[in-house]
Design a protein around this ligand. Structure first.
Ligand code: COA
Length: 433
C-alpha cells in the first residue's frame, strides 16, 4: 500500500533525527512558563510536536509547510472540479509530499475499499435518544467501531514497538473511510428519513458525502472537499487535536482517541462556534429584514458586545490576521454565489466588525476566523440544520488527528504526563521572585 511504503521509507531517517536531537540537545531550554500560563489553560506553552501542520500567527495554518492557497493550488483535483481530492490532502498530511493524481487516487481507492460501515453501528445509532445531539451520535459511532481495531488486536497478540504505527495506519484508514457514510447516516436519521443511498464508486470521498447527504447541486461536491480540507488540521494544541493525541498516548487505539477528541470538539468554545456564528448572522438578517446598512450593523455589533456576548466568528487564540480558511471560503462564495444574502451579509460583517472589536480594545485579534463564513456556505446549499455543522468539522478533523497519531506512534512519542502544582505552590513561587 502506497501510504505504508512511503512512510516506511522515511522512518529510519526520522527516527535517527529525533534520537540525535534528544540525545544531544535533550536539555536545551526552548521556553519559559509563567504563572498566568499555568493557570490560564497552558496558553502558548510549547509542549507538543507536530510535523503535520503549524499555525503561523501572521499567516495562518501551513499544512506540511504549504499555506492554504498553496495547498489548494498544488493538490490534484478531479476533472471539472474546482477543489482538490481530499485523498490527496490525506496523502500530503501522512507522507509530507505533494501527491500526483495517481497517488491521490490511490488514497481515494483505499477509502472506497474500506468504506462499508458495519450494521451494528447503524443499529446502535437508531437506538439512541431521538433528541441526542448529532455530535453525540458521531462520537458514539466512532467508539462503536473500536471493536474492529487492528491496533488493539495486534497489541494483544504482542507486536513489536516499532511496528505500532502500522496498525495505527490501518485503523486510521478504516476510520476515515467510513466517516462520510456515518455522517450522512446521522444527517438522514436526524433530519430526513433515515435512509442513505449507497456510496457511488465513481465519486471521490467528499463527493460521495455530498451524494449521500442528498444535496443535488453538483458544486456542493467542491464545497465539501474545501470544507474537509480546511478543517483537517490546525496544529496540535487545539482541544480536539490535543485530546486525541493525549488519549492515544496511553496506547489507546484511534477509535477511543478520536471519539474523545470529538467530545472536545462538541464544546461551544471549539467546534460549536460555527453554528453560533451562523445564528448571529441570521439574527441580524431577521432583525433588519435583509442585509442592513453599515451603520445599522455597527450598532448591532456594539449591542452584542454591550450585552456581554462575544461576536462569534471573530478572534483567535493564535492567529493575528484574517484566517486563510475564512478567506478561501469567502472567495469561493463571492465567486459562485455573490448575490446570496448571507454571503453579502458576511462580507459586510467582515468590513464592520474588526473595526468594532478594535474600538472595544479587548480582542487580541479582531479578524475573522474560519467560523465566520463556513455556516453560510452550508446554508446556501440547503444544509440548514445547525446542529450538524460540528459533525462536518469532525469529519474533516479526523484527517489531521489520525495523520498525527500515525506519526506519533511511528516516532515512539510517549504517554503524556505534565506536572500539576497547587495554588499555594504558585503563591510561594511568586513570593520567591
Ligand atoms: C476564539 C476565542 C475563544 C479566542 O479567545 P482568546 O484567545 O481568549 O482571545 P483574546 O486573548 O483575544 O481575548 C481577550 C479578550 O477579548 C475578548 N474577545 C475575543 N474575541 C472576541 C469576540 N469575537 N467578541 C467579543 N470579545 C472578544 C475575549 O472574550 C477576552 O475578553 P476578557 O478579557 O473579558 O475575557 C475568542 O476570540 C472568541 O470567543 N471568539 C468568538 C467565538 C469564536 O469565534 N470561536 C471560534 C474560534 S475558531
Amino acid at each position: 500500500m502506497i501510504l505504508r511504503d512511503k512512510i516506511s521509507a522515511q522512518l529510519p531517517e526520522w527516527r535517527e533525527r529525533v534520537k540525535t536531537l534528544l540525545k544531544e540537545h535533550g536539555e536545551t531550554v526552548i521556553d519559559r512558563v509563567t504563572i498566568s500560563q499555568v493557570y490560564g489553560g497552558m496558553r502558548d506553552i510549547k509542549g507538543l510536536v507536530s510535523d503535520i501542520s503549524y499555525v503561523d500567527p501572521a499567516e495562518g495554518i501551513r499544512l506540511r509547510g504549504y499555506s492554504i492557497p498553496e495547498a489548494l493550488k498544488l493538490l490534484p483535483r478531479p476533472e471539472g472540479g474546482d477543489m482538490p481530492y481530499v485523498g490527496g490532502l490525506y496523502y500530503l498530511l501522512l507522507v509530507g509530499e505533494t501527491p500526483n493524481p495517481e497517488q491521490a487516487l490511490a488514497v481515494e481507492d483505499e477509502w472506497k475499499a474500506r468504506s462499508v460501515v458495519p450494521q451494528h453501528v447503524f443499529d446502535m445509532l437508531r437506538a439512541l435518544a431521538p433528541q441526542a445531539h448529532p455530535m453525540q451520535l458521531l462520537s458514539q459511532a466512532v467508539l462503536a467501531l473500536q471493536s474492529s481495531s487492528v491496533f488493539a488486536r495486534r497489541y494483544e497478540e504482542g507486536m513489536k514497538k516499532d511496528e505500532y504505527w502500522l496498525p495505527m495506519l490501518e485503523d486510521s484508514l478504516n476510520l476515515t473511510a467510513k466517516l462520510p457514510g456515518i455522517a450522512a447516516f446521522i444527517y438522514s436519521l436526524k433530519y430526513r428519513n433515515g435512509i442513505v443511498p449507497h456510496p457511488d464508486p465513481e465519486r471521490d470521498w467528499a463527493a460521495n458525502f455530498a451524494h449521500m447527504i442528498g444535496v443535488k447541486d453538483k458544486t456542493y461536491e467542491d464545497v465539501a472537499r474545501l470544507y474537509f480540507i480546511l478543517h483537517s488540521d490546525h496544529e496540535s494544541g487545539n482541544v480536539s487535536a490535543h485530546v486525541t493525541h493525549l488519549v492515544a498516548s496511553s496506547l489507546s487505539d484511534i477509535y477511543y482517541a478520536f471519539s474523545a477528541g470529538l467530545n472536545g470538539l462538541a464544546g461551544p468554545l471549539h467546534g460549536l462556534a460555527n453554528q453560533e456564528c451562523l445564528g448571529w448572522l441570521l439574527d441580524v438578517h431577521k432583525k433588519f429584514g435583509g442585509v442592513p446598512s453599515r451603520e445599522e450593523l455597527y450598532k448591532f455589533a456594539w449591542d452584542t458586545l454591550d450585552s456581554g456576548k462575544v461576536i462569534p466568528g471573530y478572534g483567535h487564540a493564535v492567529l493575528r490576521v484574517p484566517d486563510p480558511r475564512f478567506t478561501a471560503q469567502m472567495e469561493y462564495a463571492r465567486k459562485h454565489f455573490p448575490q446570496d444574502e448571507l454571503v453579502r451579509l458576511a462580507d459586510l460583517v467582515f468590513d464592520v466588525v474588526p473595526q468594532v472589536l478594535k474600538e472595544q480594545g479587548k480582542a487580541k485579534n479582531p479578524a475573522p476566523n474560519v467560523d465566520a463564513i463556513s455556516g453560510a456556505l452550508q446554508y446556501h446549499y440547503g444544509v440548514r440544520e445547525f446542529d450538524f455543522y460540528t459533525v462536518l468539522f469532525g469529519v474533516g478533523r479526523a484527517l489531521g488527528v489520525t495523520a498525527n497519531a500515525v506519526w506519533a506512534r511511528a516516532l515512539g512519542q510517549p504517554i503524556e504526563r505534565p506536572k500539576s502544582l497547587t495554588t499555594k505552590m504558585l503563591e510561594e513561587a511568586a513570593k520567591g521572585q
